[in-house]
Design a protein around this ligand. Sequence first.
Ligand SMILES: Nc1nc2c(ncn2[C@@H]2O[C@H](COP(=O)(O)OP(=O)(O)OP(=O)(O)O)[C@@H](O)[C@H]2O)c(=O)[nH]1
Ligand SMILES: [Mg+2]
Length: 328
Amino acid sequence: MPANLPPEYYEIEEKFQNASRIDEKISALNEMLSVIPKHKGTDKLRARLRRKLSNLKEESKKSKGGEVQDNPYLVEKQGAGQVVLVGFPNSGKSSLVQKMTNAKVEVASYPFTTTLPQPGMMPYEDIKIQLVDTPPITEEGIPGPFISTISKGDLLLLFVDIAGEDCVEQMEKMLKFLQEKNIYGRNKDQKNMLFNDHRCLTAAAKIDIEGSEERLEILKELIPDHPELIPISSKTEKNLDRLKQRIFEKLNVIRIYTKAPGRKADTDNPFVLRKGASVIDFAGRVHKDLANNFKKAHLWGSARFDGQNVGKDYQLEDQDIVEIHTSS
Ligand SMILES: Nc1nc2c(ncn2[C@@H]2O[C@H](COP(=O)(O)OP(=O)(O)OP(=O)(O)O)[C@@H](O)[C@H]2O)c(=O)[nH]1
Ligand SMILES: [Mg+2]
């Protein structure tokens, strides 16, 4: 990387890294190219960025005439899973995204601060999970286009403002809207719903505010079949680690590390696979040739002993290390 780049280059580069839509990425790349000084030392970088730009333009053309990228309600998935936040105005959604991710979201004491979905990446141990901040649901329910944002998510994170006197009513209304739209149903009505209890959590937000613990108990009593509730505070950070942990567990994924024969495992860059994936699923994810020419694998982690020989159907567990041997 040339050392003499202007400071704004790095700001735009960050914007590029955080951009989730192709049009945003294209615009950031154009900006990056416009601020890079033109001389020999930056030739390679400029060529690399121009190549990236042309690939992205191709990609944008291919995607249904650009329709998908033009819809601001659709958020491209990134990381180990996509968690969509849903709740009434002022319930604390953006505050959590601000606390847990690098996204520059707006937080304010007045309602309807967030007007469009906005993603941010939340670090969890050695992976990143995408949180999608969203505009609030309203008295009338959920705005139409916003349902498409929700339906694409891997996990639903509901918000209830537990500091509010009306928290029970809020929760009841939210559950009713979600049920009417076939998004999430209470225990007995989960068939045909987009999300069930395995893919839904509720943050009881602002637990630091006086009286909230008592209101939480009342809410649990009055709505016994609520989705799993985690009391949190984005202000004091209470239970944020627990929330992260439950989000990871509910995403139902595992992290697997590669190891080349005779080398140390690459523990910095896990591959993320669905729970239940086998050695051959993993091989295919690393490279299709590894799956096609698979002979055997050595395994560290869930194996009975380090370096155990396993076949292609061996079911992997979170944080296993796999060394694949091929026949060619
Ligand atoms: N004490 C306390 N205040 C909080 C907490 N979380 C959010 N708030 C405050 O609640 C208000 C609303 O927070 P936001 O994060 O903007 O709420 P939102 O759900 O994104 O609101 P909309 O964008 O309108 O849907 C702000 O004044 C926050 O400072 C919390 O954990 N504790
Ligand atoms: Mg908001």
